[in-house]
Ligand binder design. Structure first.
Ligand code: BGC
Ligand code: BGC
Length: 552
């Protein structure tokens, strides 16, 4: 092992194109006050029919809803899930995002049927940059950002991400994840900044400030800022055995002390939405927990935005299905994330109302919370997405934005050992770059990149990023050295040094759950490659791409 250097990096990536960001204008009255927002929301509510109110509390996925549906059912929101892009393919041109946003805008604001015409709000999982868009700037995942211990950088990342979301005409991100991951077997461990609640709390404030702006500032939530979501409330990172959607057990106060650490700062910074967790606390599903969603989140912590459900998360509640769950609204979920189930949710809520089984005051309360967030964030006054000054796809992945991502990558690399001071590599060396991760964009970028799992993505689909090999190759030639690629580690003439890049393959959510933390327990393919190089006297720098610490 003496010649083996181990460098850990958590999945990372970068992207490009050029141009300076255009300074957007703010679209909402800078003069709005809590009272004026509440009055305006109430005035709208008073004009709404029961059907419009029910529509307002439902969010559908763009793969399963059309602008025409929005016109008919007056749905309050749309999202693009990890696998949904405009046009139905895996990815779409940046302009297509704006065009579809326009179509949803036109449909939802249409008042020709006598409706109120409240614009639908579009949410996306911009969880490490605006990661469903091919030319966007991709940042390291949260666990890697945690390793930077740099809240200032988080603010900048939030700024850039907000600008790039706005560039495509969207309004809202389902980020940041404020999980405090306590079991690295959890498939979402990399979405957590840290196992340390204090660091998560510090980061929460910084990233939310970057995304939303500061409460009280004239551009809070508007113009170049977006609405953010603190997720997943609560204790998603504390489930037993690290099982996704599992159960966090223990004394409630102890659980909250650890796992709710980020929510206080998030609420102080004016977070507009909180997403309920798929998981349970002491056996109670969060989408059905009035105690946690109402007594704790609102009464105790003072949250004033709206609670959005997770992807059919209401179906997790005992007695509920994806298409029928009054219990979630009762418990405090204000907006159902009903991606493909929206029509059933709409029908069942309406049927419950007609049967006198829906708490209409509770419905009004949920609608008001959603309307208030829309008003605060300037949505009602923003105009068609394509007319907004911030809708400018040329800023996606520009040099300035990429510089922030590069800085984040640099600061998030963790040097574990540097035997014999092999690093930094001397200029002029002939370097072999080997291993499955050497020339793989998807292995660098991980889950939630271009699609949900981050798999099945070829290098060509990342329009502007660089693989580790291509970046090294450029860098080496600039300093008078040379790099060549050999994924399997074979060579004709012996290199001066080998950089072997290996690690986890991409995954997201429960598909990333593990039962142990041993890397490659069975096959040891990478270890074999490194051993052969060592036997041949080639010094090895190991780069480990991973979503979590693993035994190697
Ligand atoms: C995830 C959320 C995400 C949502 C929408 C869910 O499966 O748990 O984190 O925001 O899908 O894509
Ligand atoms: C969606 C994700 C979502 C997941 C939930 C996927 O199809 O694209 O956004 O988180 O389903 O199971």
């Amino acid at each position: 092992m003496r010649v083996m250097k181990l460098v850990t990096t958590l999945m990372l990536g970068a992207a490009l194109t050029s141009c300076m960001p255009e300074q957007g204008t703010s679209d909402a009255p800078a003069t709005q006050t809590a009272d004026s927002v509440a009055d305006r929301a109430l005035a709208l509510l008073n004009q709404m029919t029961l059907e419009e109110k029910i529509g307002q509390v439902i969010q559908a996925d763009i793969s399963a809803v059309t602008p025409e549906d929005l016109r008919t059912y007056n749905l309050g929101s749309v999202l693009n899930g990890g696998n949904s892009a405009p046009g139905g393919g895996k990815v779409a041109e940046p302009e297509e995002w704006i065009e579809l946003a326009d179509a949803f805008w036109d449909a939802s604001t249409d008042t020709s049927d006598g409706g109120v015409g409240i614009p639908a709000i579009w949410g996306t999982d911009a969880v490490h940059g605006h990661n469903n868009v091919q030319t966007a700037t991709i940042f390291p995942h949260n666990s890697a950002l945690g390793a930077t211990h740099n809240p200032d950088l988080m603010r900048q990342i939030g700024d850039v991400t907000a600008l790039e979301i706005r560039a495509t005409g969207l309004d809202w991100t389902f980020a940041p994840t404020l999980a405090v991951a306590r079991d690295d077997r959890w498939g979402r461990a990399y979405e957590s900044y840290s196992e340390n609640p204090e660091l998560v709390a510090e980061y929460a404030a910084a990233i939310i400030e970057g995304l939303q702006g500061l409460p009280g500032d004239p551009d809070f939530l508007i113009g170049e800022n977006v609405m953010a979501t603190a997720k997943h409330f609560v204790a998603d990172g504390g489930t037993q055995y690290g099982i996704d959607k599992g159960d966090t057990v223990g004394d409630l106060q102890d659980i909250l002390d650890i796992h709710a650490a980020g929510y206080g700062p998030a609420i102080e910074l004016g977070i507009q939405s909180v997403m309920a967790s798929f998981s349970s606390v002491n056996g109670e599903k969060m989408h059905g927990s009035e105690h946690l969603l109402q007594d704790v989140l609102r009464d105790q912590y003072g949250f004033e935005g709206f609670v959005v459900g997770d992807w059919n998360g209401h179906a997790e509640v005992p007695g509920c299905t994806a298409t029928d769950c009054v219990a979630s609204l009762d418990a405090g979920v204000d907006m159902y994330m009903a991606p493909d189930s929206w029509r059933g949710v709409y029908d069942s809520l309406l049927a419950a109302a007609e049967a006198g089984e829906l708490d209409l005051e509770r419905l009004d309360e949920a609608v008001l919370r959603i309307l208030e967030a829309k008003i605060r964030s300037g949505l009602l006054d923003a105009g068609r997405p394509s007319d907004r000054a911030t809708s400018d796809v040329s800023i996606l992945g520009n040099d300035e934005h990429r510089a922030v991502a590069r800085q984040a990558v640099r600061e998030s690399l963790v040097l574990l050992r540097n035997d014999d001071s092999l690093l930094p590599l001397a200029p002029g060396l002939n370097v072999m770059v080997a291993g499955s991760g050497a020339d793989s964009m998807q292995q660098q970028t991980g889950g939630w990149t271009l699609n949900w799992q981050g798999t099945g993505n070829s290098n060509e689909e990342f329009l502007t990023g660089e693989t580790i090999f291509s970046g090294l190759s450029t860098a080496m030639s600039e300093i008078g050295g040379d790099a060549f690629l050999s994924e399997d580690g074979s060579y004709d003439s012996r290199p001066d040094v080998a950089i072997v890049v290996f690690g986890e393959q991409p995954y997201a959510e429960y598909l990333g759950d593990r039962t142990d933390l041993v890397f490659e327990f069975d096959d040891g393919e990478n270890l074999q490659l490194i051993r052969e190089l060592k036997a041949d006297g080639v010094p090895v720098v190991s780069v480990f791409l991973t979503g979590r610490p693993l035994w190697v």
